[in-house]
Design a protein around this ligand. Structure first.
Ligand SMILES: [Mg+2]
Length: 393
């Protein structure tokens, strides 16, 4: 059996836990409401005003002028997430994280020690509350797809258990939008032919679904019947570490863009080292003012945790993949993937001596940042855009 655990309004709940005077207030974690930031998380109090994640902060404050806005502290939430994962690890080694606040746990082998899947979900929820001071919702089912739907149904503080013989009955009344892979477009097409619930979708035959949705037809046919064979994969390679930044004003100046990319990359490199990981792939995401998004990546043979190497990769991406003069840019995102736990090895690109030297520099920088904060040290490149359009960190 699979347990899907999903923290309730995670970032906002962490902020309220850390500052109890926020209790009962509409709390919004995210970008500046007077700039162009977006909402990362909203407390349940704030959701009553229609505030939800990914909406512009400026709209959120119009809908609820008394909302308390807090800058997100991703590395703090990442630490809380690690504590939560230590609780998961007590119950099974098969844990697959989806994001900082969500994970699948395969507890099939844990029943003798801890009881059935429902008992395990209850224990996880109560240990998270007692030890971390946060509320989680959980869904229990015989596959990932149904467990994930179940954890969302009774939020906050929900626990929904679906036994395999009830899979069909459980899915039947739910909206087709609950199906994994059914987006707005699919939903509109299905609504047009009178299909709104998963039960109604099940009435369509496989040939019909295939002619409607091509290769997705088979998947929809399976999911309408509650069939999902995906395993829980406790693999760090599925994870990425990312940071992004929305500019207060659209940016056209390439040097400002590069300065921001370098600074975000530096923060990510620190997190890679904090977690004793290495990364092989660097990804640059650019959102233009017309909301078109491009993503470009560059990989190296051997994983690294050295800022200097990450910087050279991201600089190559900015220089080679973006035209020198292009449309205005609204948002920049930087991430790394193909993470692994192995210790950093030397790269052919750089001499071993050079890498050792940069590694030593990184450790010194990390110490200074740990003691005096992020602004104490910034690479010369990141300072280039200072005084121009550069947003406050
Ligand atoms: Mg959540």
């Amino acid at each position: 059996m699979i347990v899907h655990v999903d923290m309730d309004a995670f970032y906002a709940s962490v902020e309220i836990r850390d500052n109890p005077s926020l209790q009962g207030k509409p709390v919004v974690v995210g970008g500046n409401p007077h700039g162009r930031g977006v909402v990362s998380a909203a407390s349940y109090e704030a959701r009553k005003y229609g505030i939800h994640s990914a909406m512009p902060s400026s709209l959120a404050i119009r809908q609820c002028p008394k909302a308390v806005f807090i800058q997100s502290r991703i590395s703090h939430y990442a630490k809380v997430s690690e504590d939560i994962h230590r609780i998961f690890d007590r119950f099974t080694s098969l844990v697959e994280p989806l994001s900082l606040d969500e994970a699948f746990l395969d507890v099939s082998g844990s029943n003798l020690l801890f009881g059935n899947a429902k008992k395990i979900a209850e224990q996880i929820k109560s240990e998270i509350l007692a030890e971390i001071g946060l509320v989680a919702s959980a869904g229990v089912a015989n596959n990932k797809y149904i467990a994930k739907i179940a954890s969302d149904l009774k939020k906050p503080n929900g626990l929904v258990v679906v036994t395999p013989e009830n899979n069909m009955a459980f899915l039947e009344p739910l909206s087709i939008s609950r199906i994994w892979g059914v987006g707005k477009k699919c939903e509109t097409r299905l609504s047009a032919i009178g299909i709104h619930t998963i039960g109604q979708l099940r009435q369509l035959g496989l040939p019909e679904l295939k002619s409607l949705f091509g290769k997705n037809g088979q998947q929809f046919w399976n999911l309408a019947r509650g069939i999902d064979q995906r395993q829980v994969i406790p693999d760090r390679s599925a994870k990425t570490i990312s940071h992004e930044r929305t500019f207060p004003k659209d940016v056209t100046d390439r040097s400002i863009l590069e300065a921001n990319a370098i600074e975000l990359m530096g923060q990510i490199a620190r997190r890679v080292r904090q977690h004793h990981l290495t990364a092989r792939t660097v990804i640059l995401k650019i959102k233009f003012s017309d909301f078109k998004t491009v993503t470009r990546s560059k990989s190296i043979q051997t994983g690294t945790d050295v800022t200097h190497v990450f910087h050279s990769l991201i600089r190559t991406l900015v220089t080679n993949e973006l035209p020198p003069v292009g449309p205005p840019i609204r948002l920049i995102g930087v991430s790394v993937s193909n993470l692994s736990c192995q210790s950093a090895q030397q790269l052919d690109l750089f001499s071993q001596k050079e890498i050792r030297c940069h590694s030593q520099l990184d450790r010194t920088t990390d110490d200074i940042v740990a003691r005096f904060g992020q602004d104490a040290i910034r690479s010369a490149n990141a300072l280039q855009g200072e005084g121009q359009d550069r947003p406050k960190p």
